[in-house]
Unconditional design. Sequence first.
Length: 124
Amino acid sequence: MNSMFTKIVRIALGLALIVFGANKFLHFIPMEAPTGAAGDFMNSLGATGYIFPVVGVFEVVIGGLLLMKKWVAFALILLAPISINILLFHMFLDIPGISIALVVIVFNTILIYKHWQQYKPLFY
């Protein structure tokens, strides 16, 4: 569970979550606005005024937990629905951005697998 590979994956995922999570409410990375159905969907979410900041805070907190190696198993379970939604958004609405979504879901899956012993009691 503490291999160098696992550590690199955990730190890379944590850093990505902090950077892109903070960008949801600080807007320091210029992002190209999606067009078509993806743009319509993102605009409707943005119009609510709370979705992106809330998801951004969750991503920053989860990323911080991963970097500090605190409650990693809990952080990964919190991240699972976020990463699945990122993947589904790109699969159905924005195929060109799917590579980053795949990296997030693969990293999350690897880390869940590496921490599986902590999840076993949930299934017995």
